[in-house]
Design a protein around this ligand. Structure first.
Ligand SMILES: Cc1ncc(COP(=O)(O)O)c(C=O)c1O
Length: 387
């Protein structure tokens, strides 16, 4: 199998699996219990928190574990709005993940004013519109760090500067940048930041929210006093320990993998562009996560390519895995102004830690031929590339 869908989820690193396995066998205590096995479980949570904090350049007291990246995004928006009732406005970008956009839509239904900042054809947000959108009544600006579909990276330090000038708090969804490019909360200058374990070779169902000290935030899951009162519910100790291990080994792995994967993705890109006529890369040419490759394959439905490649053991996704089960054109591709036929023909390949040179060789052997065959079957006539 060639797995080119690492933006959807990543395989668990064997070292993470080993750590989880050992923990699961030895430790079952409730971290809230005061006897030794409870204490040990609590110590393991503290250790995991330190690892996640360190990977983000944060203090361990600034990390709160959640049940997913989605939950951390919800917590950031709903928690800030709840803490600042005098500021009933938020600002988000038009290309956020549904974890943000659907939460924003929910807020709108509850009477909050939401401004959606547009992006240009490369997927970069319009900083001028952002500047005008933030008012003294804005509680939070939430702009994602890297986009899951097209890989464009947003200028978060500038976003933070603009928002802070006007007294608003800043959140970034760093689910797709953490583990792929450098993510440091102080360099980014944000007050809140979301990460997710299953995108960095850890288990699914665990996320974390970084909260800068002093940031006004109310809980939205109510109950016990876990996570220092921010997130009630007995902790997912096994998942958190796995997330901690994934974060612990991340900096060293990134040092090794980043140049290798950048070169691998560049070879895939060059090979495809040389061998497949009429394809176009979406997203920013430079300000991008290099391992996210989103291509419009003119003349074909992306789903036909996905299913064809699946028969050859190559896993890719259409525009975005998150919208895979709906016929609607991706909101991200719409926002960058793609014509519907280009959007519907868009496939996404995302490389990760376990991809090899052999994977790229296989992809370059199979994909151009598959596209040519499908275009022949559909009697596609090459036409001018639409702008
Ligand atoms: C940018 C972004 N934010 C949030 C999420 C949601 O994270 P989780 O799957 O942990 O809920 C994803 C998942 O694909 C994502 O890509």
């Amino acid at each position: 199998m060639v797995y080119f869908d690492n933006n959807a989820t990543t395989p668990i690193d064997p070292q993470v699996a080993e750590r989880m396995d050992a923990f699961m066998r030895d430790q079952f205590g409730n971290p809230s219990s005061l006897y030794p096995i409870g204490r040990q479980a609590k110590d393991s949570l503290t250790e995991a928190r330190e690892h996640v904090a360190q990977a983000l350049g944060a203090g361990k007291g600034d990390i709160y574990f959640t049940g997913s990246g989605t939950e951390a995004d919800n917590q950031a928006i709903l928690g800030v709005l709840d803490a600042l009732p005098d500021k009933p406005e938020i600002v988000v970008s038009a290309i956020e993940h549904p974890a943000i956009l659907e939460t924003a839509a929910y807020c709108e239904r509850k009477g909050i004013q939401v401004t959606y900042v547009p992006v240009d054809r490369l997927g970069s947000i319009d900083l001028g519109v952002l500047r005008d959108a933030v008012t003294p009544r804005t509680a939070l600006v939430s702009i994602m760090h890297a986009n899951n579909e097209i890989g464009t990276i947003q200028p978060i330090p500038l976003v933070a500067e603009i928002a802070h000038e006007k007294g608003a708090l800043v959140h970034t969804d760093a689910v797709q940048s953490f583990g792929k490019i450098d993510v440091d909360v102080n360099v980014l200058g944000v007050d809140l930041l979301t990460v997710s374990s299953h995108k960095i070779y850890g288990p699914k169902g665990v996320g974390a929210l970084y909260v800068r000290k002093g940031t006004p935030l109310q809980p939205f899951v109510h109950g016990g006093h876990q996570e220092r009162g921010l997130r009630a519910g007995t902790e997912n100790t096994i998942g958190i320990v796995g997330f901690g291990e994934a974060a612990r080994i991340l900096p060293e792995r990134m040092k090794r993998d980043k140049p290798r994967l950048t070169a691998l993705a560049a070879r895939l890109r060059a090979g495809l562009e040389a061998r497949v006529p009429k394809i176009r890369l979406n997203g920013h040419p430079e300000n991008r996560v290099p391992t996210t490759l989103s291509y419009g394959i003119l003349g074909l439905e992306a789903e036909a390519i996905l299913l064809g490649l699946a028969t050859k053991g190559i896993c890719i996704s259409t525009g975005s895995a998150c919208s895979e089960d709906s016929d609607e054109v991706s909101h991200v591709l719409k926002a960058i102004g793609l014509r519907p036929e280009f959007a519907r023909s868009t496939i996404r390949m995302s490389l990760g830690r376990f991809n090899t040179d052999a994977d790229v060789d296989t992809a370059l052997d199979v994909i151009p031929g598959m596209i040519e065959k499908l275009r022949r079957i559909s009697a596609w006539e090459p036409e001018e590339m639409p702008s």
